[in-house]
Design a protein around this ligand. Structure first.
Ligand code: ATP
Length: 210
């Protein structure tokens, strides 16, 4: 689903990724570990098309969606409205601003919330959800984007161990049950061992198998 070959990314005049090769298959969970500043976030951003490659290739066989460390939800919007943001590309900004979501999309958003274990919480403001619930909403939003490749950058950094494990198990379940590909950066090796089919380590812009 994802093939990266010889990827070089330069930021601020410095090579941050220095020839990265990586593949992630449908149904597979690959974890990225490594010290702060190694280039993990930059790799995810490059795959998502948010930073340009100076050299190399990125072949993404399916739409990709990002789950951020700081779950990046609109606190004043409901959980459902946050999920619907993932469908913006399909109805356009004007209809979304008027909250003129087609009925099937509302049902799809509720379905996404149910798949992340938040059935019945669609009307609750995101700001009134727990940290773990908010991160689940962020995952539901990429499901609403219909992303087949999930790129998660430290998705459990702000969660207690129990919620962290639950969110990671959710990502693994989406890979196993729905054949999505998951590439996730993690700081704690024990969490990586919990979900990874394959563990990779990044150091100074290069990837190594673990
Ligand atoms: N916009 C930018 N301009 C210049 N340098 C940048 C920019 N963004 C990141 N960098 C640098 O690129 C390097 C890699 O950063 P990146 O955020 O990818 O590391 P990381 O492995 O994700 O670190 P962390 O685990 O702390 O999130 C760092 O040295 C960082 O300072």
């Amino acid at each position: 689903m994802l093939e990266v070959a010889g990827l070089v990314v330069a930021l601020g005049g410095r090579e941050v990724l220095r020839g990265v090769d990586l593949s992630v298959a449908a149904g597979e969970v690959v974890t990225l570990e490594g010290p702060s500043g190694a280039g993990k976030t930059t790799l995810l951003r490059a795959i998502a098309g948010l930073v340009p490659a100076a050299a190399g290739q990125i072949r993404c066989g399916a739409p990709a969606g990002l789950v951020f460390q700081q779950h990046a939800l609109a606190a004043r919007l409901s959980a459902r409205d946050n999920v619907l943001v993932g469908g913006l590309g399909r109805i356009g900004f004007c209809r979304a601003a008027l909250r003129a979501w087609p009925r099937p999309m509302l049902a799809e958003a509720d379905g996404c919330l149910a798949r992340v274990g938040l059935e019945g919480l669609g009307a609750r403001r995101a700001g009134r959800l727990s940290g773990g619930q908010r991160q689940r909403v962020a995952v539901a939003r990429v499901l609403m984007q219909r992303a087949r490749l999930l790129l998660a950058d430290e998705p459990v950094a702000s969660l207690d161990p129990e919620n962290a494990a639950a969110v990671l198990d959710l990502l693994r379940g989406l890979a196993r049950r729905e054949g999505r590909a998951v590439l996730v950066t993690l700081h704690q090796p024990e969490l990586a061992r919990r979900i990874a089919d394959r563990r990779l380590r990044m150091e100074e812009g290069r990837l190594w198998p673990l």
